[in-house]
Design a protein around this ligand. Structure first.
Ligand code: UDP
Ligand code: MG
Length: 317
């Protein structure tokens, strides 16, 4: 099979028939063999009934999976990725903001230009300003932290993947915003971008509020940490802890040493506890040991994780 289109959706009943028909038109015009996998993320509207009807009308191309409750876009994508059989997997939002007309070119970029992942770039967006401005900031940070310098739009719902990519990454929580970073961490480096058309939402309303930006930054921090130190937490905590402890130790030695020296030379001296540096040194030493302990605990967790020796092997000969 050439293409699997994975569509995560939450309360998008009105858009679905139009979307399915449009995808079908594009596929048959280009002679692709394909499947559409609708992942119903616990919709409370008619979405699932609509998907059932679409499947009845075209069982050869339409598949569906339905969560009992709303889990989020990432779990929906992950489930769709598990089921996908096409050589190229396309993800697309259900709200008709992404255009199926982009599919042939995305497919070509994966198959002929050798990309592992091609992300859409909504250069001209039809979203409110309250969303487009923070999005620019968000993408700049994501580029810096992930080191994927050529992407302008990490969170574009329209993306294309080589099959191996979706089978080797795990999208959980709200990590759908950083799929290119997840792919990079799994060893897929050929990540490209294609400017895509974006349209205003036709039916329904957006499912994400402003908390997306707070959560987005926290998730980015998590990915950075787990990507760099996930298998060796001591290398981060141990270093920070040792530095702090050392600084504290030196300070306390200086404070104590000075008192002893003044006593020795008969100069007037103050009690160690009268020096503010003594307290700073205490705090530093305490925090240093705490960080060090966090490192040990982290190492224990890693050691007991069944994934501790899980590597992405590309080829064995
Ligand atoms: N979505 C989902 N589960 C959720 C929230 C959203 O499957 O909990 C789907 C939604 O139905 C849509 C896509 O994710 O197909 C993108 O959502 P939305 O259009 O609301 O995001 P925006 O375009 O505003 O970024
Ligand atoms: Mg949308």
């Amino acid at each position: 099979m050439d293409i699997s289109v994975v569509v995560p959706l939450y309360n998008e009943a009105e858009s679905l028939p139009e979307l399915a028909a449009w995808i079908g038109r594009v596929m048959s015009a280009n002679g692709f063999s394909y499947e559409i996998i609708f992942v119903n993320d616990g919709s409370t509207d008619e979405s699932w009934e609509v998907i059932r009807r679409l499947r009845e009308a075209d069982p050869g191309h339409v598949r569906g999976v339905s969560f009992r409750r709303n889990y989020g876009k990432s779990p929906a994508l992950n489930t769709g990725f598990g089921l996908a059989q096409g050589e190229v997997v396309i993800t697309m939002d259900a709200d008709l903001q992404d255009s199926p007309d982009e599919i042939p070119e995305l497919y070509r970029m994966i198959r002929e230009e050798g990309y592992d992942l091609v992300s859409g770039f909504k250069k001209k967006r039809y979203d409110p300003l309250s969303k487009t401005i923070p999005t620019k900031l968000f993408n700049a940070t994501a580029r810096k932290v992930s080191g994927i310098k050529n992407l302008h739009d990490f969170n574009c719902g329209l993306k294309a993947y080589r099959k191996a990519v979706v089978k080797h990454i795990e999208v959980y929580g709200d990590m759908h915003r950083y799929i290119p970073y997840l792919a990079k961490l799994a060893g897929f480096h050929r990540i490209g971008e294609k400017v895509v058309q974006h349209r205003a939402r036709k039916y329904g309303k957006t499912k994400f509020g402003l908390d997306r930006f707070v959560n987005g930054y926290l998730d980015l921090a998590t990915l950075w940490f787990t990507g760099k130190f996930g298998k060796k937490p001591m290398h981060l905590f141990g270093l920070l802890g040792s530095l702090m402890f050392l600084l504290g130790f030196i300070s306390v030695a200086v404070v104590g040493g000075m008192k002893l020296w003044h006593m020795h030379t008969g100069a007037p001296y103050i009690l160690v506890t009268d020096s503010p540096y003594f307290y700073l040194a205490l705090v530093l030493m305490l925090m240093g040991s705490q960080l060090f302990l966090a490192g040990f605990v982290g190492e224990l967790v890693v050691r007991n994780s069944p994934k501790r020796n899980d590597y992405e092997i590309e080829e064995t000969i």
